[in-house]
Design a protein. Structure first.
Lengths: 192, 192
DNA sequence: GGAAAAACGGAGGACACACTCCACTGCCGC
DNA sequence: GCGGCAGTGGAGTGTGTCCTCCGTTTTTCC
């Protein structure tokens, strides 16, 4: 990683200049990421600091508010997701879209943090949403143009639907997948 | 209302015998219901007591734990829902089912409490789930038998899907409705 | 009407978590 | 190497919520 702000998304927090500080910064981000994923956004910040092997003071210096920390984690995940959109570029329209959605599901699904905070609207959140849409929307549009996805649905509709579905509890991962499939069938045209 | 336990569902808490106490019990339940609906299950119990016009002590006497209070509220809502199933009994199969789902959505949708705690499994929660399924499942089965709903989906699948979808945030109620429609199309057969 | 029993309510102790502050530590540039 | 200063960490303070306890009030029953 280079040491400038890696993208407009994460402009909120600055990665520090000194080597040890940078190390701590990264450790915190990683710890927060798993903590948010496994226990939700409410995780005590002290726990995160401890599991990063760092004092609480250090956490606060890097991320003055819980929101700043959350934003930083979130920005990272969104970025990964945007990259994924490029990987599917040369699949056929519907496959490209649904593969990207799979990616979306596995990034977002296990980590409930994102759906938890979905309605927040910080500046950073708007940026993230925009970036994500720029990545995913073309894929959906292509599926629509190919006559594979219904035209009365917007990309936003689909994303919210998916987000909702994967955020609930299921008996098994298998059930989650099945249910997702049903919902996608409702988006796809010329099916069944 | 009579003064015995109104159903097996709410066996957890006892409605008190004395008139004033019973009044407070009901006020608390009502206050909790709106509070949970509007601010989620995390609402401070003191707020609920205050908005019921009752001391915190009274709340605790009636509902020794937050869970007990939540269970009581939840039980009430589930009961209403079960009744709704009877009202649609003589509509055509798919209409009956989707009308009941509408009911389900308007009971559950505005109040995010239920979906929040969906994965909890207290004894009471199991009962509620069972009651709800007894009410709704026949409607779904009928739609399946009439060839209107796909056979590879279970009632449980549908319910979880719906719950997930309505629990997320939307730009407008109109969007929520639209998205729900898409998802239901994925469940329905012989469509589009 | 009065006594016993039931219920009330809110002050206050306990706790969990957010966030600050500052004496100490160890990088980095010279 | 070494001095200055960015960075550290955790003890300590503040806040908000849970929950208990008990003197006071209300109801019920005779």
């Amino acid at each position: 990683m280079d040491d400038r702000t890696p993208s407009a998304l994460s402009a909120v927090v600055r990665r520090p200049h000194r080597a040890d500080a940078r190390r701590n910064f990264d450790k915190l981000l990683a710890a927060a990421r798993t903590a948010f994923a496994e226990q939700g956004t409410g995780t005590p910040l002290e726990d995160i600091a401890r599991s990063a092997g760092v004092g609480i003071g250090t956490l606060y210096r890097n991320f003055p508010t819980r929101q700043a920390l959350f934003d930083a984690v979130y920005a990272g995940e969104v970025e990964e997701l945007c990259h994924a959109a490029q990987d599917v570029a040369d699949l056929p329209p519907w496959e490209a879209f649904s593969t990207w959605l799979d990616r979306f599901v596995s990034y977002v699904g296990t980590k409930r943090a994102i759906s938890e905070e979905l309605n927040r609207d910080s500046a950073m959140f708007r940026d993230a949403r925009k970036a994500m849409y720029e990545a995913g929307e073309p894929l959906f549009a292509r599926a629509q143009e190919a006559g594979e996805a219904r035209r009365d649905a917007s990309f936003d509709d689909v994303l919210r639907m998916i987000t909702g579905i994967i955020a609930t509890g299921y008996v098994s991962d298998e059930q989650r997948g099945r249910v997702l499939g049903f919902a996608l069938d409702g988006i796809r045209t010329g099916k069944n």
